[in-house]
Design a protein around this ligand. Sequence first.
Ligand SMILES: [Zn+2]
Length: 506
Amino acid sequence: MPRIAIISIMLEVNSFSPVTKEEDFRNSCYLVGDEILEEAAKAAPILAREIKPFIQAMNESGAWTPVPTVCTYYEPWGPIEEGFFKRYLAEVRSMLENEGPLDGIYICNHGAMAATHDEDPDGELYEMVRQVVGPDIPIVVTVDLHANISERMMDNADIIISYKTNPHIDQPERAVEAAHILRRMLAGEQFSKSLLRLPITPPSVRLLTGSQGTYADAIREARKAEQENDGLVSVSVVGSFSFADLSKCGMTIIAYGQEEAANDITKKLARDIWEKRDDFRVELTSIDEAIEKAVAAGRSGGAKKICLADVADNPGGGGCGNTTGILLPLIESGAENVCFGLFSDPDVAAEAHERGVGAVFEAVFNRKPAYEFTQTFAREVEVLHLSNGLVAGRRGCRAGRTMKLGLSAALKMGGITLLVISRRMQMYDPALIEEFALDIASFSTVALKSRGHFRAGFDIFFDDDEILEVDAPGLTTPVLTRFDWKALPRPCYPIDEDTTWDPLLK
Ligand SMILES: [Zn+2]
């Protein structure tokens, strides 16, 4: 019976955000050995969403013995602290050595980490695993669509499969694919690899796959090639995560299968994308226009509704979740019937819990403004509803997975119902509003902190033309020319408009 190790570390790093520490991972999800299997058996595990379907697909495709090691996770934040990362590596390493011999490895990884000591901790992990198991044991990896793929990652993994949806809703499908490819490799099949990196660092708002556009077209082509070409096993168009600010950033096409077929498809997709790169330019709505529309929606007596996306403070991309660029003008405007969230402020959330439902008090927000773009302000609020912050996702990227918000409260502040949480979380899911006994459809404006994943949860409430991506300041603004890049490869499009590249020469 093949013995298959399961390893997972998920962190998307925004190099402009504060360092991610051990306590961040441990308070979020840090499971070892059999704890992983126990958690995966629950209806809504806290684990990365791939792990449960991977285990199910392995169960359904034959006998095997799972060897769970360490699975950890944290919401996107700054570079991983070296000491913790080394301890994580050592713990996984000793488990692999003690549990050996192994027949295969599944690594469930985000793929866009950076560390305080190194720009490629994902590659460091794969390399360590390869050293332990040797050259002949298959290592199959799944990564996020925003992974930054290094040569070291490619060299040490047999297969890297990236998500094909943005918002990301296909983790289960990719995990099942990983299990099936692993089965083929256990039966003796081997596959050639091909990688092509483009000098394109696209803003994530231009990487949506549900609509038309250069990226969505490339993903469709990749799927078609996988299905129709017997010489191909897996084709990924990895969007990259620019805010990691690393030399390995840049959209990457990776393909596996027969050598010629894999090389042909990477070149074809790269050429198609390069020709239509204009589509990666960003247009956002100004704060003034957004506020005007919110005021009008509030006065329309239910005839109009809008959704304002604070794409520049997306905790799902390393945003701190407490910037005030949209919130303060909204308060000043007197806009009515607004739901705003999720706003990260542990002090106010704790005070609301101490005072209780119905209490009215002067809340001081952002008491210790540790980050740029957050402003201290005070307003009278009424406590509408309290929650312990454990919420099972019901729709979109976090469906079937439990999210931890910490102590949370819905506060009434003039025309605004503000959802305050203790642990940064982007607004993934309608369940995160419904948790506070609120009816989303009753609001004229829903203003949320998310770059795009909300779309998969809130599509039942808002059409695309009712959603405005607002140009506020923040650590995740899609206007990439506003950053002082240190390591991002330059020139790269669209930051450098005149970037040249000849796909035929590559
Ligand atoms: Zn992503």
